[in-house]
Design a binder for this molecule. Structure first.
Ligand SMILES: C[S@@+](CC[C@H](N)C(=O)[O-])C[C@H]1O[C@@H](n2cnc3c(N)ncnc32)[C@H](O)[C@@H]1O
Length: 264
């Protein structure tokens, strides 16, 4: 398991907190717009998590494969998938895999690298590796969707601040389980845009027992130029570059950098 994914697998309740916190649907609107009337498509969604993107695409009639390395996230996705009509369930295959270490399956029309998934990875090398793997997974003419926060220049000031603050996952589950987490920047390299955090998560179960985990996580916020270069070096043709999920064009002040690129 890559170091960074411990966050999602400290304890199974973390997946419930993820679903409480991450409720956005605006990226699904954009993905549906980009897919248009095409399909049914074979779609690969690495980092699929609890199925926020994967399940709606399967409901649309597409065939989905979702690798993720966190057992707790996959278990919650399975729980949600079990409640879907059987025909939809049959269109979804989940697998437990570290996508930075294992070969990605092939023969896809679309690879979705959504929801800031590059922020899960520790280095630009791992992120570029995802673009290389996406190219290998796609059939000729297939598309990759890459959606990240937009951060240019040196590492954002907010990422360099000393001190401990509340972090993800924090919240209360339906059964009363309390999840509390803190995060603290312990190292950064501003020009190389690398930051390392000490994270602590404490899960207090309804019977009073406590599960605790402390771990180090490293992140590299990608720049738009990096993603563009990685795509072009794999012969992708960038057909669209959006600055937000409403589909407005990308600019220097955009909140996001969202690529829609075709395997040339
Ligand atoms: C922020 S969640 C995103 C889930 C989903 N894509 C969404 O947008 O809601 C990130 C997911 O990436 C997974 N992940 C992180 N590093 C990974 C790796 N190296 N291999 C596979 N999955 C990974 C985590 O387990 C987690 O479920």
């Amino acid at each position: 398991m890559s170091h960074n994914a411990i966050m999602y697998d400290v304890e199974p309740h973390v997946a419930e907190i993820y679903d409480q916190v991450e409720r956005c649907t605006d990226d699904m609107v954009l993905i549906r717009r980009l897919v248009g009337g095409r399909g049914p498509l074979h779609v690969l969604e690495p980092f699929c998590g609890t199925g926020r993107i994967l399940i709606p695409l399967a409901l649309d009639g597409h065939q989905l494969v979702g690798p993720d390395q966190a057992r707790g996230m996959l278990a919650r996705a399975r729980e949600k998938i079990r409640q879907l009509p059987e025909g939809v369930q049959r269109r979804i295959t989940l697998s437990e895999a570290d996508v930075t270490r294992e070969a990605w399956p092939q023969g896809f029309d679309l690879v979705v690298l959504g929801g800031n998934c590059f922020y899960e990875l520790a280095t630009p090398q791992e992120q570029e590796g995802c673009i290389v793997s996406a190219a290998a997974s796609l059939d000729q003419g297939g598309h990759v969707y890459v959606d990240n926060d937009h951060m240019e220049g040196e590492l954002d000031e907010a990422w360099r601040k000393p001190g401990v603050s509340q972090g993800f996952p924090t919240g209360t589950c339906a059964d009363g389980t309390r999840v509390e987490s803190t995060t603290e920047t312990v190292w950064y390299d501003a020009p190389r845009r690398l930051a390392r955090f000490r994270r602590r998560t404490q899960v207090t179960l309804p019977d009073g027992s406590v599960v605790e985990q402390e771990y180090i996580q490293q992140t590299h916020p990608v720049s738009t130029a990096e993603v563009q270069t990685w795509l072009e070096s794999q012969s992708f043709i960038v057909e669209r570059l959006y600055g937000d999920r409403a589909g407005n064009p990308y600019s220097e002040t955009s909140e996001r950098a969202i690529f829609w690129a075709r395997k040339g």
